[in-house]
Design a protein around this ligand. Structure first.
Ligand code: NOJ
Ligand code: CA
Length: 673
């Protein structure tokens, strides 16, 4: 426990001259140390080091409250108590089956030194791969209802670092391309935000268990110092809660390299165990859909001559899914409400009434007769208030006709969602405010009562709640493939290599890969090779994974399509083999309940050669590697279709040399012999 004996505050704190060193706690392996202290003004702060090097310098803890004195100064740290926890738990579905949850915990009470002697607790959990901490407000007189106007939590980076981040507060929510800047150029940023220090240490700041609280952004207040910037609420106070309550966990993932960040299960570990009981009804699956054709403007969500969700078109998709082994068919534009100005409005949507050329019950029956299910769709246009009025009936309908999963949508500018306040009136709301956090959990729990899984687009950020609510199966929450379908700059070749080490650290994403038809409404089309499209099925983890292209593009290209048919969506194990943020990554995964391994590697706009030792393969057996690689001429811009499909026999201990084209990738299926 006590490998690093010099008090961190002596090393780290600009206020060190006055700091009174306080309690400390180290990770089980001793490499990460968290130390608490107060300065001469009684301002509480924490600091973090890893392998003896400072990572987070003295950083403030506290709150500004409405209608009550602040919690910031004249505070003392009392009653430190520690415990150790170590268990291994099983995911019902996931990127790995077993997860070890091993940490040392330190809880302290932060108490006012003067009347009225109010207090709150801070709990630190220190893992070998990072730190989580959260505040707990006990019930006490004068603080029955707490209105938080600012959370003062700081994250003061101890050293210079490169940052990968997207702006917070912009109209398009989480759907932005990542900036790469020195930490000193970070503005108001969303989380997860990722940093690389000059010695190669990587740090990702995010949050876990975002329940009944506002999502946290980070704003840079000076030099390398970031501060929590809670999403506004719908009235006074960014968060309003009755004590006792606790905040979400503030998380710091720490690793020697980028790959280590993507291996972490810390966010899941900080969430509560499954509360839904038997969730065998939550089925990971691949799906096709009446979808890409709308984004290419070949079909419409609205009724009329271009309507996509017709009985005939849906049956065609069901037949295709059944023939090629897909579990689901997503149908968008099936319900009344798309004909007017639906974007950011949502008042016209009915979640129970189909357009006349779409027979929900008959199509669901038809699908089930072929071993396929329909995936429902509820676009709300951010109007959560309107949706909640119909939600019970809508889920009852899906349960009755046998639709076991629903994709929801919240297409509205940031701050233009709508919720019902305690006054019973509708209020504009931010997508990540406390009221929307409540809304999303309501959707998930109401859906769970009907054994329906939920996949929100334009969602609240992922904070690992799939552990507690395993029917919260995936979500969007970043720039998806759809951007490359539209008539504006699509996703550039480095986008997915950014996502893996930023947004995807939070959890699964419904990115919708698998596009072979490279000509779209975007000038650059899809900025990847075909082999890279295949690699996305392994690299981007999502238990609902779409084969997003037009069916005809798969029918015309059966050879590369075979990989999409073969690749699983549920895994026993995951190994991130290499990677650099925004440059490249290689991930291997073992299928759930089977012997085969899969590998995906992808690169940004630079071609590169990666040497990959097959250390993950099981000992003592041979595998047929079915390789889908970029051809010699492959290039995302000039020759995306140049793909070579070949086989070779391999075993653990062999090393493969992966040659990735500019904007390229490689996908491999290792079939156990
Ligand atoms: C945006 C979603 O990301 C997309 O998948 C969906 O098709 C549209 N909204 C319409 O709901
Ligand atoms: Ca979207």
């Amino acid at each position: 426990m006590h490998r690093f004996l010099i008090p961190l505050f002596v090393l780290l704190s600009s206020a060190a001259a006055h700091a009174a060193p306080g309690p400390r706690v180290a990770s089980p392996d001793g490499t990460i140390v968290v130390e608490l202290a107060t300065d001469n003004d009684g301002r509480p702060a924490y600091a973090v080091s890893r392998k003896g090097q400072p990572v987070i310098a003295s950083s403030r803890l506290g709150f500004l409250l409405l209608d009550a004195p602040k919690f910031e100064r004249n505070i003392e740290i009392v009653q430190p108590r520690t415990r150790t926890f170590d268990e291994t738990w099983e995911q019902p579905w996931g990127e790995r089956r077993l997860i070890r949850n091993h940490y040392n915990e330190l809880t302290v009470t932060l108490k006012e030194k003067a009347k009225p002697f109010r207090s709150f607790d801070v709990v630190f959990r220190v893992f070998d791969d990072g730190v989580g901490f959260r505040y707990r407000f006990p019930k006490q007189s004068g603080l029955e209802q707490v209105k938080i106007s600012e959370e003062l939590t700081e994250f003061s980076l101890a050293r210079d670092a490169t940052a990968w981040w997207i702006l917070a507060g912009e109209w398009n929510r989480e759907e932005y391309l990542y900036h790469r800047t020195p930490v000193q150029q970070v503005g108001d940023a969303q989380t997860p935000i990722t940093f690389r220090f000059e010695d190669g240490t990587h740090l990702s700041i995010h949050e876990a268990a975002l329940v009944d609280y506002s999502g946290m952004n980070l704003t840079r207040v000076e030099d390398r110092k970031l501060k929590a910037d809670l999403t506004p609420g719908i009235g006074e106070g960014k968060v309003v809660l009755a004590a006792p309550f606790h905040t979400p966990w503030r998380t710091l993932l720490l690793s020697d390299d980028a790959a280590g960040l993507a291996m972490s299960s810390l966010t899941l570990n900080l969430n509560e165990p499954n509360t839904l009981g038997d969730v065998s009804w939550v089925k990971p699956m691949k799906y096709v859909g009446v979808w890409w054709e709308m984004h290419l403007d070949l079909k419409s969500w609205a009724s009329g001559p271009k309507h996509g969700a017709t009985n005939e078109n849906v049956r065609k998709h069901i037949d295709f899914a059944a023939k090629h082994g897909f579990g689901g068919v997503l149908v968008e534009g099936w319900n009344v409400g798309w004909d007017g100005d639906w974007f950011g409005n949502g008042e016209d949507f009915s979640f129970t009434q189909s357009y006349p050329d779409f027979d929900l019950e008959a199509l669901s029956r038809y699908a089930r007769s072929k071993g396929v299910v329909l995936i429902g769709h509820h676009e709300t246009s951010g109007n959560a208030a309107h949706y909640e009025e119909q939600m019970g009936d809508a889920f009852d309908l899906y349960q009755r006709v046998g639709v076991p999963a629903v994709k929801t949508g919240y297409v509205a500018d940031a701050s233009q969602a709508k919720v019902t306040g305690t006054d019973g009136k509708r209020h504009y709301a931010w997508h990540e405010g406390q009221d929307m956090a409540r809304h999303h959990l309501k959707v998930v729990t109401e859906a769970a009562k009907r054994q329906i899984a939920v996949n929100p687009h334009e969602p609240i950020k992922d904070s690992g709640l799939r552990r507690t609510y395993p029917n919260w199966i995936t979500r969007e929450g970043a720039r998806g493939m759809e951007f490359s379908a539209w008539g504006q700059p699509g996703n550039p070749p480095e986008h997915e290599a950014n996502l893996v080490f930023t947004r995807l650290l939070a959890g699964p994403m419904d990115y919708t890969p698998g596009i072979f038809g490279m000509k779209t409404r975007s000038t650059d089309g899809i900025a990847t090779t075909w082999a890279k499209q295949l690699s996305l099925y392994v690299v981007i983890y999502s238990p609902l994974q779409m084969a997003a292209d037009l069916l005809e593009n798969y029918e015309k290209n059966p050879a590369p399509f075979q990989f999409i048919k073969d690749v699983p969506v549920d895994w026993d194990d995951t190994r991130v083999l290499n990677g650099e943020v925004g440059d490249y990554v290689t991930i291997a995964r073992k299928e759930r309940g089977g012997d085969n391994w899969y590998l995906g590697a992808l690169t940004d706009e630079d071609g590169r050669t990666l040497s990959v030792p097959l250390t993950f393969l099981d000992e003592g057996r041979r595998y047929t590697a079915q390789i889908y690689r970029d051809g010699d001429k492959a290039h995302w811009k000039t020759a995306p279709q140049d793909i070579v499909i070949e086989e070779r026999s391999v075993a653990r201990g062999d090393t493969l040399t992966l040659k990735l084209a500019p904007g390229g990738g490689q996908a491999i299926r290792f079939v156990a012999q």
